[in-house]
Design a protein around this ligand. Structure first.
Ligand code: CP
Ligand code: NVA
Length: 320
């Protein structure tokens, strides 16, 4: 069982519900541990020996499911997946609390992907084991860890770098706003009217940026967002659970698609997307499949970033 030489020893959290619960220093520590584990994975292969992870998903997943499962295996533990995508939402068959009180008797941590954000909050409040948000309608913290890790690897420092999110101001955007502003970046969000980020998350982003030397700006014209940006980010226009709104949203968001023309306005910017992507909708095929795209680097880093989260939450005493 390896140890890293990183300090301080504690993240100050026992669950990962929101990156907003992490200090900037704790967020940097997660990214440091992720990079450490990525650079010498075999040194961590026994870290979670004998530990089991519950994965309870109300929605489909490729990346989150695979990377948590493989991450547990890489760290010497195991994961068990409960697919609730064809079942009533959590809380219908039995209460969320009862579910938590069962899972904590058999396993050492829970990753949950839910529709309602409050389901994850309730799991975290009632389970005596760490609960990790694997995406809710409000937040996607593990995604933003991989996003910022990937940019950090590329640029060495995030301070004063400008990232523009163009699209729907929901879960992926929210967590990126939180991470980017805590890490000193200039975060620009560009959405159609009515699809702006949550006001409370915006206020927290402004406050975090004031402390870190970054900034947060909301604009409505994609060209203003793209101008001088070092990274352009987008996500699907209709998230899971919003399939009925697909056509309506395609019309509302049609001017917000990331094209070569928009990329040309950036400062040699990279293209980012959490995936899955819809080519010809939120991004053109030439951009996502072109040389500026780093989408698969990000997808790879989901694995390393989440291994850091698992290590720090499930075996904090070992990672110091
Ligand atoms: N980006 C992301 O979370 O992908 P999945 O929905 O496939 O897990
Ligand atoms: N906003 C998307 C993210 C998928 C990873 C959704 O919620 O479906």
């Amino acid at each position: 069982m390896a140890t890293t030489t990183l300090t301080p020893p504690s993240l100050g959290i026992t669950d990962l519900v929101s990156l907003g619960d992490l200090s900037s220093a704790a967020l940097r520590r997660v990214l440091d541990v992720a990079s450490e584990i990525k650079s010498r994975p075999l040194d961590f292969s026994d870290l979670l020996k004998g530990k089991r992870l519950s994965m309870v998903f109300e929605k489909e997943s490729l990346r989150t499911r695979f990377t948590f499962d493989i991450g547990m295996q890489d760290l010497g533990g195991s994961a068990t997946f409960l697919d609730l995508s064809n079942s009533p939402r959590m809380g219908a068959r039995e209460s969320v609390r009862d579910m938590a009180k069962n899972l904590e008797r058999w396993t050492h941590g829970i990753v949950a992907r839910t529709y309602r954000h409050r389901t994850i909050v309730e799991l975290a409040h009632t389970a005596s084991i760490p609960v990790i948000n694997g995406l809710s309608e409000l937040l996607h913290p593990c995604q933003a860890l991989a996003d910022t890790m990937t940019l950090l690897e590329r640029w060495g420092s995030l301070q004063d770098r400008r990232v523009a999110f163009i699209g729907d101001g929901n879960n992926t955007c929210h967590s990126l706003m939180t991470a980017a502003t805590k890490l000193g970046m200039h975060m620009v969000v560009c959405t159609p009217e009515g699809y702006e980020p949550d006001a409370e998350i915006e206020r927290a982003a402004v406050a975090a940026a004031e402390e870190s030397g970054g900034s947060y700006t909301l604009v409505s014209d994609p060209k203003d967002a793209a101008e001088g940006a070092h990274a352009l980010y987008t996500d699907v226009w209709a998230s899971m659970g919003q399939e009925d709104e697909t056509e309506e949203r395609a019309a509302i968001f049609s001017d917000y698609s990331i094209s070569d023309d928009l990329m040309d306005l950036t400062d040699e910017g990279v293209f980012m997307h959490c995936l899955p992507a819809h080519r010809g909708h939120e991004v053109s095929r030439s951009v996502i499949d072109g040389p500026q795209s780093i989408v698969f680097d990000i997808a790879e880093n989901r694995l390393h970033a989440q291994k850091a989260v698992l290590a720090l939450l499930l075996a904090p005493e070992e990672v110091n």
